[in-house]
Design a protein around this ligand. Structure first.
Ligand SMILES: N[C@@H](CCC(=O)N[C@@H](CS)C(=O)NCC(=O)O)C(=O)O
Length: 211
C-alpha cells in the first residue's frame, strides 16, 4: 500500500496518474496547499521541503518527496514505464530531468505572472511566456517523428510532462502552434488511468481538450 500526499496540481497529478497506470493500491491524503496544510508539523516529517507530492510506501517503509524521485522509485519497484534498454532508459531519465528542471518550473512562473498576476511584472511575464513558447517548441520537435517522448513507448517521461501541458489554457499557449504536442496530449488524455488520476484528490474540472 502506498500513501500518497497530494493536491490538484500538475506535480501531484503526475503521481496519481502513474499509480493508476500501475494499478497499485494507494490511499490518498489531501494536502490543501491553499490552506497551508503543507506547513503542518506532521507533513514536514514526510516532505521536508513543504511541498506535495510525497509518498510513504508501507511495504518498504520508504518515504519520498520530489515527484521525479517518486516516479523513478515507482517505475523501479514495478519494472514498468521505464525501458530496460540502456539507451532508452537514459533518454527517459534525461527528459524526466528536463521536465523537473525546466518545463515544470518555467510554466509554474507563467501561471504566477500570466494567469494570476497579469500586468504586475511585465518583464517577468514576457520572459516566462517567451520561455514557455520556446520549451513547447522543444517538446514539439521531440514528438515530430515519434508517438511518445522516448520512442514509441509511453513512459514516466510522458507522465511527468503531460500534467503541465494540461494547463495550456492558463499558460495562454495555443496548441495549434505545436501540432505534435497537441496530438500527443490528446492521445494521453484518452487513457483511462489519466482520466482517473487527474481527479485525485478531488474533481476540479474536466480535463481540458483542445479543439
Ligand atoms: N520539485 C517539486 C515541486 C513540488 C511543488 O512545487 N509542489 C507545489 C504544488 S505543484 C506545492 O506543494 N506548493 C506548495 C507551496 O509552495 O507552499 C516536485 O516536483 O515534487
Amino acid at each position: 500500500m502506498i500513501d500518497l500526499y497530494t493536491w490538484t496540481t500538475p506535480n501531484g497529478r503526475k503521481i496519481s496518474i502513474l499509480l493508476e497506470e500501475l494499478g497499485l493500491e494507494y490511499s490518498v491524503h489531501s494536502i490543501n496547499i491553499m490552506e497551508g496544510d503543507q506547513n503542518a508539523e506532521e507533513f514536514l516529517k514526510i516532505s521536508p521541503n513543504n511541498k506535495i507530492p510525497a509518498i510513504v510506501d508501507q511495504e518498504t517503509g520508504i518515504t519520498l518527496m520530489e515527484s521525479g524521485a517518486i516516479m523513478l522509485y515507482l517505475a523501479e519497484k514495478t519494472g514498468k514505464f521505464m525501458p530496460t534498454n540502456v539507451k532508452e532508459r537514459w533518454e527517459v531519465t534525461e527528459w524526466l530531468m528536463w521536465q523537473m528542471g525546466g518545463f515544470g518550473p518555467m510554466l509554474g512562473q507563467v501561471h504566477h505572472f500570466t494567469k494570476f498576476n497579469p500586468g504586475k511584472a511585465p518583464y517577468a511575464q514576457d520572459r516566462f511566456l517567451a520561455e514557455a513558447n520556446r520549451i513547447y517548441g522543444v517538446l514539439d520537435r521531440r514528438l515530430d517523428a515519434q508517438d511518445y517522448i522516448v520512442g514509441n513507448e509511453y513512459s514516466i517521461a510522458d507522465m511527468a510532462v503531460w500534467p503541465w501541458v494540461s494547463r495550456f489554457e492558463w499558460q495562454t499557449i495555443d496548441l495549434d502552434k505545436f501540432p505534435n504536442v497537441k496530438r500527443w496530449y490528446t492521445l494521453i488524455a484518452a487513457r483511462p488511468a489519466v482520466q482517473k488520476g487527474y481527479h485525485v484528490p478531488k474533481f476540479t474540472q474536466d480535463i481540458p481538450i483542445p479543439e
